[in-house]
Write a new protein. Structure first.
Ligand code: SF4
Length: 130
C-alpha cells in the first residue's frame, strides 16, 4: 500500500524538532514506520521545500545522513531566489531610466546597451548548454 507522504511531513518535522532539531535519517524512517523507499521520498520532499537540510556522516563505518531542521522566521515555504541572471543589466545604472519608455526617445526596444547585454547573456547561456 502506498502511503500518503504529505501526511508524514509534519510528523517528521515534529520528531526531528523534538529530538533537538537533528536526527539520523534511518531513525526517522523507523519512528515513522516507513520503508527506505518511502523514507527517501519523504526526505526528498522536505529537502525540496527547504524545511530540512542533510549532511552525509559515517556511523560505525556506514554512510548515512543526519537531518537538520531549517529554522525559518516565517511559516511560508522558503523561496530560493537567484539574481545572477539580472546582475549587470545596464538599466540599473542607466542615467536615462526615468525617461525610458516604450515609444520614447530612450526605449528598451531600441536600446543598444540593453541589446548588447542580452546578446552577452544569450552567448554565455549557450556556452553553459553545450
Ligand atoms: S533600456 Fe537602455 S535606455 Fe532604457 S533604462 Fe535600460 S539601459 Fe537605459
Amino acid at each position: 500500500m502506498v502511503k500518503q507522504l504529505e501526511s508524514y511531513e509534519s510528523k517528521a518535522l515534529g520528531l526531528i524538532k523534538s529530538n533537538g532539531g537533528v536526527m539520523y535519517q534511518s531513525e526517522l524512517w523507523k519512528k515513522l514506520e516507513l520503508d527506505s523507499r518511502e523514507g527517501s521520498r519523504l526526505v526528498q520532499r522536505l529537502l525540496k521545500k527547504g524545511l530540512i537540510r542533510r549532511e552525509k556522516v559515517l556511523v560505525n563505518g556506514r554512510k548515512t545522513f543526519k537531518l537538520y531542521i531549517v529554522e525559518s522566521n516565517s511559516r511560508d515555504p522558503v523561496l530560493h531566489v537567484n539574481i545572477e541572471s539580472i546582475l549587470g543589466i545596464p538599466c540599473t545604472v542607466c542615467p536615462y531610466i526615468d525617461q525610458c519608455e516604450l515609444g520614447g526617445f530612450y526605449e528598451p526596444m531600441t536600446c543598444i546597451l540593453l541589446d548588447s547585454w542580452i546578446d552577452k547573456m544569450l552567448a554565455s547561456k549557450e556556452k553553459r548548454i553545450y
